[in-house]
Design a protein around this ligand. Sequence first.
Ligand code: ADP
Ligand code: MG
Length: 695
Amino acid sequence: MANISELFGVNVFNDEVMQNMLAPETYEAFRNAVSQNEPLTLEVANKIAKAMKDWALSKGATHYTHWFQPMTGITAEKHDSFLTKKRNGNVITDFKGRELIKGEPDASSFPSGGIRATFEARGYTDWDPTSYAFIKDGTLYIPTAFCSYTGEALDKKTPLLRSMEALNKQAVRLLKLIGKEVKKITPTVGAEQEYFLIDKEVAARRADITYTGRTLFGAKPPKGQELDDQYFATIKPRVLAFMQELDEELWKLGVVSKTRHNEVAPSQHELAPVFDSCNVSTDHNQLTMELMKKLADKHGMVCLLHEKPFAGVNGSGKHNNWSLSTENGENLLDPGENPQDNLPFLVVLAAVIKAVDEYQDILRVSVSSAGNDHRLGANEAPPAIVSMYIGDDLEKVVEAVISGGEYSGRKTEMEFGAASLPKFNKDNSDRNRTSPFAFTGNKFEFRMPGSSCSIAGPNIMLNTAVAEAFDEFASKLEKAEDVKKAAVKLIAETIEKHGRIIFNGNGYSEEWVKEAERRGLMNLKNTVEALPHLVDDKNVRLFAKYGVYTESELKARHDILLEGYSKTVRIEALTMAEIARKDIFPSVNNFVADMCGNIAVKHEVLPAVDTTIEEDIAARLSALNSEMMARVSELDAYLKDAEKISDVLVAARYYRDNVVTTMEKIRAAADEMETSCDSSYWPMPAYGELLFSVK
Ligand code: ADP
Ligand code: MG
C-alpha cells in the first residue's frame, strides 16, 4: 500500500491544487464566493475551468461529467470528452466556464413527481463549488445540483443546499444576539455506513438478491448472531482485503474513511468517515456506497446495502451524526467544561429539542422506505417513534437551567481496578443504543436512516426545522431588554414545553410505546402511514418559509416517494411469485414425488417397514406447496388490481395491506418447506450458506 498521506486526495481538485494552479486573485474570488455563498463571475469560472481541465488531463482523464443526485436516491452522470473541433478542422481539448457551471441533461427519464411532463424534457445541472471536483475512472466529476427548466429542484442536493443556507442565516442572527459573533454556521455530518458482504457465486444463485437486494425467502439457520461473535471480531482476510482497497480508493477521492469493523450480524460490517459539511458528507456517502458495491464485486463478493437483507438477524442502518460548526471549526454542540454557563450550547440544544419535537413527522418521513419498514421498530433498530436521548448528565444540566439551581458534576475518573492501567476521564453519559436521536457528547446521532438512504433527506429536515427554531428564538430575543436573561428563560420554557420528546430509557420496550402514546408523540408505523405527513399544512409552510421546497416541489416528492414504495413492493412481489412458481413449487414437487416413489418401493420390497415419517413429510410438504401456490394466485390478482389504481396514496396503501401481507404468507409456507426438504432439491442456497460463505 502507498503512503497514506501521499494517497489522500490525489484525485481531488481541492484547495491545495487550486492554490497551486490558480492566480491568487482567481483563487481569492473562488474562496470568497464559497464562504459567502455568492455566485461566481463567468470570468472566474473560465479560469477555474481551464485549471480543472489541465489538471484532469495531467491525471489522464479524457472526459468530464456533471454528477448529480436525482430523486432515484442514487447518482447520475453523463460523460463528455474534453475534445472539441475547431473551424479549421483541428481537434483540441477545451473546457469553458460555461460548461463547468451549466449542464443540460435530458431530464425526461428522472422521477419528477409530475412537475414536468416528458415533453418538457429540459433540465439543468448547476456546479456546486462547495464540493470539490474529483477524478474517477478517467473522468472528471463535477458535483452539481439538478433543476427543471422552470427552476424546480429535481434532486436532493438543491434542497439540501437551500436548507443549509436557511440554517446558516438564522444561526448567525441568533448567535449574534446572544453575544457570539460568527460569520458562518455549517451543519456537519458524519455518516456511519453498515453493509453486508456475501460471496458472489452464492448470491448469484438467489434471484431475490439479484432483483431486490434482499432475501424474500429463507429459513432460519441453526446459527445467527446469538453468540455475539461477529461484533468487532477479527476481520476475515477476504473482507480485510476489500476494506483496504475501499479505504485507499476513498482516500484518493478525498473521503476521510476512518473506522472499519465487523458488525453484529454474520457477514455484516461498518465504515465510518470523519465528519464534514453536510453537503460534502452527502456526496461522500454516495461515493462510499458506490465504491462498496464496485469493489465488493472485484473481490468476488456482493455488497448488500438493503435495510433488511435477512430475516432473523440485524438489518443495516446509517447513523447520521449531526452538529453545527462555526467558520473556525468550533463545534456548537460541544458542552465544554461548564455547560450550564455555555449559552450558545444551551440555546442550540433547546432549539434542536424544539425542532425534533415539532417536526417528528418529517424526520420520520425522511427515513421512510419499503426497506426500512422491515427494520424500524423491529427490536434491533430504533423504534418508529421519534424521541431524543440526552443522557443523565445533560438532563441534570437542563434541570439546573430550568430551576435556576446549581449544577455540579462532570469529569469523573475512570477506574479499571488495576494500578498498572493508565487513568482517564470518563464520558459524561453512557451510550443509549435504542434511541433514534441521541446526544453523544458533542453531536446528535440520528439512527433511523436505513443503510441505502441518501442522507440528504434527513439533513434537509433537520436543518430546516432547526432553522425555524433559531428564527423563532431570535425574533423573541430581539425584543428583549436583557437578552442573556431572556435567553435563559427561553431555554427553560422551550425545554419544559418540548420535554416530552426526551426519553432516556429503553426505546425497544413495549412500555415505551405506551408511554409515548400517553405523551402524545407520533408513532408512524410504516412508510405509507408516514409519507402523507410530508404535505401537512405546517410542513408545507415550514419549507416554503425558508425557501427549501415550494409547495409543488414538496407534493412532487410526496408522490415520488409513495410511488417508489409501491414500485419496490411490486418488484419484490413479482420476484417472489416467480421464484415460488418456477423454483420452489417444482423442486418440492419433485422431492415429494421421489419420496412417494421410495415409499412405494419400500412397501414392495419390505412390506412390513414403517414409512409413516416419509408419508407425513410428503403430505406436509404437499399441503404447504399447495398453500403457497394458492397464495401466489392471490398475489397475482392483487398485483393486477393494484395496477389499475391511479392515486399514489391509495395504491401504496393497497400494496401495504394486500401485497405485503400476502407475501408474508407465501414466505411462511416456503420457509417451513425449506426446513424439511432435502437440501439437494431446494432450489437456492440456504441462509447458512449466504451468511457464512465469506472466509
Ligand atoms: P459510534 O461510537 O457511534 O459508532 P463512530 O466513532 O464510529 O461512533 O462514529 C461517529 C461519527 O460521528 C463519525 O463519523 C464522526 O466523524 C462523526 N462526528 C464526530 N464529531 C462530529 C461533529 N461535530 N459533527 C458531525 N459528526 C461528527
Ligand atoms: Mg454510531
